[in-house]
Ligand binder design. Structure first.
Ligand SMILES: [Zn+2]
Length: 264
């Protein structure tokens, strides 16, 4: 573990390998380097996982994850290929994987494919990057993810760890995830709605991460434009404001947390 790896910011979850960046990917990556912004490039299927690894191999400030998004679990039969890819040293986590009852339905295959990826993570001693989205006005997907993770926690202890990305749950779910060894991360959404202010304010400073989930959910002041990892700066700023600390103090916490969880 490179304990002395320094960085100004780290976007804990972005999709720089997506087609949205085909025109100017290299420029964005160069600008990230100039501004000392690191990024975890997250795979959602086999192809995007391979591309994430390619980017991480080429650039020291990028890291990759390998995983099958819960909305694409019809591709579940390739699970062994994911495991082989995940062994690459540039891969810092398995995912994004999890349960999505908003865009998809609860099905046995979705649950099975999530379990398979949790198993890969503990087998390879890597973190999990979890996507969990409940159906409207419920916390159903969080409940099911917590149940599955609790089961693995009992068996594998601290080897099981990771981050709940794009967290939209409440204090209760956040605290339970923390107890299971999982941080939660917030996106640019916190810059244009107050809905998550209390959750961020109440979060332990050593258990929260900042992310963009770019190209999605562009933060203020860039609403209406395509999002990119460069905008993680605005997510960090908002967290600092909500915490009532300086930007530098917020960076110190958020960067330390991300490095610890993903072993950067
Ligand atoms: Zn994502």
């Amino acid at each position: 573990m490179l304990l002395f790896l320094s960085m100004k910011y780290i976007d804990a979850h972005c999709h720089l390998q997506f087609d949205a960046y085909d025109e100017d990917r290299d420029e964005i990556i160069e600008q990230m380097k100039r501004e000392d912004i690191h990024g975890i490039v997250v795979g959602v299927d086999l192809e995007s996982s391979k591309k994430a690894i390619e980017l991480a191999k080429k650039h020291e400030h990028l890291y990759a994850t390998v995983g099958m998004h819960p909305c694409y679990t019809d591709k579940g039969k390739f699970i062994d290929e994911y495991k082989a890819l995940a062994e690459d040293t540039n891969v810092v986590a398995i995912g994004e994987c999890g349960l999505d009852y908003f865009r998809s339905e609860k099905t046995p295959i979705q649950t099975e494919v999530f379990r398979q990826q949790v198993q890969i993570a503990v087998d390879l001693d890597k973190a999990l990057m979890i996507h969990s989205r409940p159906s409207e006005d419920t916390v159903d997907a969080y409940k099911d993810v917590i149940e599955i993770l609790s089961e693995y926690k009992e068996k594998y202890g601290d080897t099981l760890r990771g981050n709940i990305h794009f967290f939209v749950g409440g204090d209760e779910e956040r605290n339970t995830f923390n107890k299971l060894g999982f941080t939660v991360s917030v996106t640019g959404v916190i810059t244009f709605t107050d809905d998550y202010n209390n959750m961020v304010v109440g979060a332990k400073h050593d258990m929260l991460l900042g992310e963009t989930d770019s190209p999605y959910v562009t933060p203020v002041p860039h609403r209406g434009e395509r999002n990119s990892a460069l905008n993680v700066v605005h997510v960090y700023k908002k967290i600092a404001t909500l915490w009532g600390v300086t930007e530098e103090q917020a960076r110190e916490s958020l960067n330390t947390n991300t490095k610890r969880i993903f072993n950067l």
